[in-house]
Design a protein around this ligand. Sequence first.
Ligand SMILES: *Cc1c(COP(=O)(O)O)cnc(C)c1O
Length: 386
Amino acid sequence: MSGAGGKGTAAGNRFLARAAAGVRELAPYVPGKPLAELEREYGVTDTLKLASNENPLGPSPAAAAAARAAAADLALYPDGGAFDLKSAIAAHHGVDPAMVTVGNGSNELLVLLAEAFLEPGTAAAYAQYAFAVYALAVQATGADAIVVPARPPGSRQPFGHDAAALAAAVTPATRLVFVANPNNPTGTYLNGDELRTLLEAIPRDVIVVVDEAYAEYVTVPDYPDTFPWLAAFPNLVIARTFSKIHGLAALRAGYAISHPDVADLLNRVRQPFNVNSVAQAAAIAALADAEHVARSRQVNAEGLRQLTEGLQALGWRVPPSVGNFVLADTGGPALPLYEALLRRGIIVRPLGNYGLPNHLRITVGLPEQNARLLAAVRSLQEGTVP
Ligand SMILES: *Cc1c(COP(=O)(O)O)cnc(C)c1O
């Protein structure tokens, strides 16, 4: 094809070779398959998505109502400074509003951190099997990625971050270290001692991003409260999101808490209206609904047990997870299982792009949804349905 919309000829589209080096090599992020796509491609109805770590309870009713109310003012630009949302976040965590940066999902904050601190010749470190967005954000800047081997499969926190190795991997060129706590897709976490030791070992001119997208789900007692550490570590950035326990993934809102000087740098690269007004209003209401968060945590804790024990009983290796998803070793290639589940209307997440071709990541659903997933896996194993 040589038309305007085509791929171009050998002679055409030579600008591709002129794209920024980091971008040229980039493979786009692969999201969980949307329900509508599954229905379109497989002709199935009664579908179930357990692929993107969304809250099966949905958002707080107060957040949904706030979103509807904000939709009355769609002609107006949002508050670019997100004054009310930043104030609510600051009050919620007991920090100064100058320490808060809001983002179009916490994903955007990860990208802004990379933009603000990385360029060719610098480096960022993160663990093998860490959240895939770190690699994308780093690569797009042309900086080098230092990928630190994960903990071995049979160990405590299998496939999780090796905190000591991460600290040791920091070079003079390193500007950023990404730590997912808990990590997605492994469901592992660093405890307070491990994370604190990591922070102490890293030079104060290297930014350490602790991505706490699932923090509100964690119930283990040795999971660290990192907010009190901000005073001692001006290089610490805590990233949070409204997409996971708050159930607002569609609206795209997240935030970073950091030293005000880091927030100031992020604000220089941030688009002026990066968080829309519907998202701002809903996020404020979500933060205020502690009861919905507590209920979501409770439902998840029970579902996590149901899913973990249910899959283990079916012979899959499922290490303990502290998030709202499990990493399941299916004992063989997982892609055929993923596709067989799609035919039954269930979307889970294959992890070939993470280098885990035998694993599936499965989001915790409501009790009946978890039961449906378990029944589908059982029927696949018994070969009762194709
Ligand atoms: C889901 C997720 C995020 C961010 O999601 P947003 O919707 O962009 O806020 C960040 N980090 C991890 C580890 C995640 O799993």
